[in-house]
Design a protein around this ligand. Structure first.
Ligand SMILES: CC(C)(COP(=O)(O)OP(=O)(O)OC[C@H]1O[C@@H](n2cnc3c(N)ncnc32)[C@H](O)[C@@H]1OP(=O)(O)O)[C@@H](O)C(=O)NCCC(=O)NCCS
Length: 170
């Protein structure tokens, strides 16, 4: 099976925050960001697998900074690890200062997608070969996140989550 790198399927989406996408105190509504991340991640998963892909899990989202009305928001989505039919997609969310143009990290999210055929049955995806130190770090941690997600979903016994257990034992 083909091997791909994160940059082969990297997706960068930049868009504004409009009034209808804000909460009562004028900052971006969390659900709007979740939907934008889902779209960016979906494109990345599709580019990596060249198949139909569906979201199977939102593993982690951190809303660290408020995103004010009118902000320019950039979502950078990359495959952090591919398993058999599933792919973990890691997203960094950036906002840019209006005057200086300097970007700062606002939030991040980690979703899992599964490649499926026309009947919705999972199909294999290409392996991922991480290249940079950050990609390698996220690749290693993705196995623990997969185990945590499967345990929480009741699809794996906690005792079988060996890499996850090491984290708690160390
Ligand atoms: C995604 C779906 C096809 C998986 O079907 P399934 O019967 O659970 O298939 P499997 O058990 O073989 O799981 C498929 C893969 O997903 C992974 N997976 C399943 N649930 C997961 C979870 N909660 N977290 C992380 N990975 C998960 C499995 O580990 C497996 O990965 P692998 O093939 O890389 O080893 C099925 O659950 C589905 O259609 N869900 C709805 C998807 C959807 O509509 N999303 C949009 C929501 S509106």
């Amino acid at each position: 099976m083909e091997i791909k790198t994160p940059k082969d399927s990297r997706t960068i989406v930049t868009d504004l925050v409009l009034p209808s996408e804000t909460n009562p105190i004028g900052n971006m509504f969390g659900g709007e960001l979740l939907a934008r991340m889902d779209r960016a991640a979906s494109i990345t998963a599709r580019r990596h697998s060249r198949r139909i892909t569906v979201t199977v899990s939102v593993n982690h989202v951190a809303f660290n900074k408020m995103i004010p009305l009118g902000s320019v928001v950039t979502i950078e989505a990359q495959v952090s690890r591919a398993f058999k039919s599933s792919m973990e997609i890691f997203m960094d969310v950036w906002i840019e200062d209006r005057e200086s143009g300097v970007r700062s990290k606002a939030n991040e999210g980690i979703y899992t997608f599964v490649a499926v055929d026309e009947m919705g049955t999972p199909v294999p995806v290409p392996e991922l070969q991480p290249e940079t130190p950050l990609e390698k770090e996220r690749f290693v941690a993705a196995l623990r996140r997969r185990q945590l997600s499967l345990v929480l979903a009741g699809k794996m016994k906690a005792n079988d989550a060996t890499e996850l257990k090491i984290l708690f034992d160390s």
